[in-house]
Design a protein around this ligand. Structure first.
Ligand SMILES: Nc1ncnc2c1ncn2[C@@H]1O[C@H](COP(=O)(O)OP(=O)(O)OP(=O)(O)O)[C@@H](O)[C@H]1O
Length: 252
């Protein structure tokens, strides 16, 4: 299978002088096309920093990140931001949306930038996605007039409107109740089943248990990983058990 991301001995340093610290400590990782991956680890172990490095949202001090054949450490900021906009999707714990735009306009805004000639197709895609995640009735609503789960669904539609090759999620279910979290994970599973790679940073074993490879981080390194078969909707307890045992084994 083709590798969509190859990160080779990446180092990311924060702080200066005595405070200087390698938050990513020369780590390497590869993500395959259409993989469903979770990154777990204690607070401060570098999970979000890794996600920022793999997506080119933040640079690295040394090492290389190759995304679909392009070296993110060697291309300019404009090319990088185009690449992020067109080939990657991002979902955060709290979707940042503009208060003066309705849900639909928030969803299409990033895809429209520099691409207004494709407005009809973008609109069509956005509406199809909204239907798929069950928020088609909400397109005219203000972002303050929907629930957290509905807003997160809108965030996922926004991330998918450009048909990215990978979705990065940083604690995407972190602010949702367990029913909404479950529904959002169903959506991520479907997106992945359609062939989009999904990489989720999470503290939640229930979220990680839906994926097929879990990377465990500590002190800026991947210290272990766990592979799981595709989730069949039945074996949740067993998967959570395996993750818990692994975490105990490696002491995180
Ligand atoms: N811009 C920054 N400047 C200085 N230090 C930073 C910066 N961003 C992150 N750090 C530090 O790097 C370390 C790793 O942060 P990161 O957010 O990647 O951890 P994490 O594993 O995602 O943690 P959490 O689970 O709490 O979100 C932390 O000690 C954090 O304080």
């Amino acid at each position: 299978m083709k590798k969509i991301i190859i990160a080779d001995h990446i180092v990311k340093t924060f702080g200066e002088g005595d405070e200087q610290r390698n938050v990513l400590d020369g780590m390497s990782v590869e993500i395959t096309e259409s993989e469903f991956v979770a990154v777990m680890g204690p607070s401060g172990s570098g999970k979000s920093t890794l996600m920022f490095a793999l997506s080119g949202m933040d640079g690295v001090n040394s090492g290389k990140v190759v995304f679909d054949g392009r070296d993110l450490t060697a291309i300019g900021e404009n090319e990088l931001s185009d690449l992020r906009r067109t080939e990657m999707g991002f979902v955060f714990q709290q979707p940042t949306m503009l208060k003066n735009l309705n849900i639909l306009d928030n969803i299409i805004l990033p895809s429209m930038r520099g691409n207004s000639k494709n407005a009809p197709q973008i609109l069509e895609k956005a509406r199809a996605l909204m239907k798929r995640v069950g928020i088609e009735e909400l397109e005219k609503r203000d972002i303050t007039q929907v629930s957290g789960g509905q807003l997160q669904r809108a965030g996922i539609c926004r991330a998918l409107t450009n048909s990215p090759k990978i979705i990065f999620g940083d604690e995407p279910t972190g602010s949702l109740n367990s029913k909404s979290a479950q529904e959002i994970m169903d959506i991520f599973s479907e997106i992945n089943a359609d062939g989009t790679a999904v990489l989720l940073v999470t503290h939640d074993a229930k979220v990680a248990a839906r994926t097929e490879r879990i990377l465990f981080m500590r002190d800026g390194k991947i210290v272990s990983e766990l592979k799981l078969p595709k989730f069949d909707g039945m074996d949740m307890d067993d998967r959570i058990g395996k993750i818990t045992v692994k975490m105990l084994e490696i002491g995180i």
